[in-house]
Design a protein around this ligand. Structure first.
Ligand SMILES: [Zn+2]
Ligand SMILES: [Zn+2]
Length: 124
C-alpha cells in the first residue's frame, strides 16, 4: 500500500506554474532593463540640471552644453552661493520642479509635483 495524501497539485500544474513564473520574471527583467534611463545612443546629454549641494542655499540651476559658465570652473558649482559639487537633478519641463537624481540615475517619473511625464535625464 502506498501512503495516501499525495500533493494535491499535480506535476503538470507545478511545471506550468514554474514556467509562468519564469516567463513573468523574464518579462519583468526585460522591462526593467529597457526602462533603464539611457543617456541614449549619442551618450552625451545636452542639458544638465543641478541642486545646490548646500541644503541651506537650496538653489537649483541648469547648464546647457556649450553655455558660458559665467566665471565658474564647473557647471555643478552653485551660481548663487558658490558651493561646489551640486547634485545631479532631473527637471520637469511642465512645472520646472527639480528633483535630485538617486543612485543609478533614477528619479520619479511622472513628476511628483505636477504629474507630468519627466523628460529623459539631461535631455529635452
Ligand atoms: Zn547654492
Ligand atoms: Zn512637474
Amino acid at each position: 500500500m502506498r501512503p495516501k495524501g499525495k500533493n494535491p497539485v499535480s506535476k503538470p500544474v507545478q511545471i506550468a506554474i514554474v514556467v509562468i513564473c519564469l516567463a513573468g520574471a523574464a518579462f519583468f527583467l526585460f522591462n526593467f532593463i529597457s526602462a533603464e534611463p539611457a543617456n541614449s545612443e549619442d551618450g552625451v546629454p545636452d542639458e544638465y540640471h543641478y541642486l545646490c549641494s548646500d541644503s541651506k542655499c537650496g538653489n537649483t540651476f541648469s547648464w546647457t552644453r556649450g553655455e558660458d559658465l559665467g566665471g565658474r570652473q564647473f557647471p555643478d558649482i552653485c551660481p548663487k552661493c558658490g558651493a561646489p559639487d551640486g547634485y545631479q537633478a532631473a527637471k520637469c519641463d511642465a512645472c520646472g520642479h527639480y528633483q535630485m537624481v538617486q543612485g543609478h540615475g533614477s528619479y520619479e517619473d511622472p513628476c511628483p509635483e505636477c504629474g507630468a511625464d519627466m523628460p529623459p535625464l539631461g535631455k529635452h
